[in-house]
Design a protein around this ligand. Sequence first.
Ligand code: ADP
Length: 546
Amino acid sequence: MKGLMQDHPLTLVHLFDRAERLFPAKRITTATADGRARATYGEWAERSRRLGGVLGDLGISGDGRVATFGWNTGRHLELYFAAPCSGRVLHTLNIRLFPEQLTYVANHAEDEVVFVDRSLAALMWPLLDTFETVRHVVVMDDGKGEVPEAPAGKEVHDYEALLQAASPVDWHVDDESQAASMCYTSGTTGNPKGVVYSHRSTFLHTMGVMTADAIGVSERDTILPVVPMFHANAWGLAHAAVAAGSNLVMPGPDLSPPALAGLIESERVTLAAGVPTIWMGVLPELKGRDTSCLRAIPCGGSAVPKALSEAYREQIGMPILQAWGMTETSPVATTGHIKSTVAEGRTEEELADVRASIGLPLLGVELRVVDPDTLEPVPADGATSGELQAAGPWIAREYYNDPRSPESFTSDGWLRTGDVATVDGDGYLRIVDRTKDVVKSGGEWISTVELENEIMAHPKVAEAAVIGVHHPKWQERPLACVVVKPGEELSRDEVLSFLDGRIAKWWMPDDVVFIDEVPKTSVGKFSKKTLRDRFRDHVLPTAAGG
Ligand code: ADP
């Protein structure tokens, strides 16, 4: 017997209509070069409908790709909805990609128009010639930067002028499986890979993010998405804010710790999300400020050091909420809420350890930890590691137009995340490493993430990255690359004796080198590949004599 409910399409039009109708007085605040620009959802909705008109006036195809090259702003939120709700596909270009990667993705996606913040025009202009399908460039004036001459073959427009001249349009999206937006993953080798989100997947991801035990978003929230709208969908928070009618605070281009701390205090932010490096910088700036409104700090994108979460708990009374995800998983797939049955009878120190996990999968997301070759699940003992694989309504099933897809998906359709994880009896997942970063010592694996976590707990350490270096007997052994806090001194022996007793003896790094900073990828993650290249010939003291 079949259910008798309507087959109603899940589209972003519903989210938009809801905010327009129910929350027109709620606010979208954007930090600008000279203050704060304020708009209501009512104004945003009217402008977004005009923007739909602009896309028609510019002759963008019915399902054309609309690229953005912008910071988190109110205008970017207009594009976030006007493109998909008019049937087109929003393509958020990651401003941190390398130039040749940007050229590749704009051509691969066949972008027809690029909307660029004026403050980023100088970065984008040298590439415009290489964007073969782009006919229009629309500059969003954010008060800073120069707009160079229009390159041949491209028409350059002013966003506000286009909006003024356009008429508002009605939205029509009937098919929930239609593409709504796309992002490219940066990767460390090869060209970026395109991930295409449908209306349905975005709708369901939004609802997943909004559930209380995920990030939990309500109408009473004021959300500061520090995590960029140009990478991994601002973790669904831009969509969730619209769906819930939450106030939004958009940080614009200034992501400096004082600017962010100032926004949190003055705009009475309740929920602020960003990567670990952001929260490392912001913490000292929160000293002496009123942070009483803050109720959650979701953080992910790379491992959240336990010491960082604990420092927040000590200073502002609230630990960080760890989340895990990838561009391919929309991105939010797990969050670190602690089950009441797990919390019972545990000390804060023990709970801090649970918070260092990536938590539990969101409702709707299937995760498994398996042997990557046989796809057999590893024991749920919190110790045996395997590859983390994902499936679900907001998990990619292939890359856009890319022959590399088969490498990343299993024969039964699961995404191979490339992350090595463990799972315990309560279902808590821990990221041990990236498959390519784990140190393979004599057939056993050493988690560089865990070693880094322990080293970064040292009060004199600013940053630390661990890499595997060739060893004649063990194949690979760990080398700790440590950045010392300014004004502090630290020796190799101090690092090693600090680790003594905190880690298994055979995990002890064979050597410690001190570096000025950990090299980062284009999107700010530790670039272990660069470190591996740099220390490829490093001779470990333990290597002598095999
Ligand atoms: P890229 O930066 O290459 O575009 P993503 O932003 O999609 O890719 O990065 C996804 C990867 O980031 C994950 O596969 C994982 O390795 C890492 N990551 C994300 N969240 C966490 C976390 N909480 N702990 C550890 N690693 C994480």
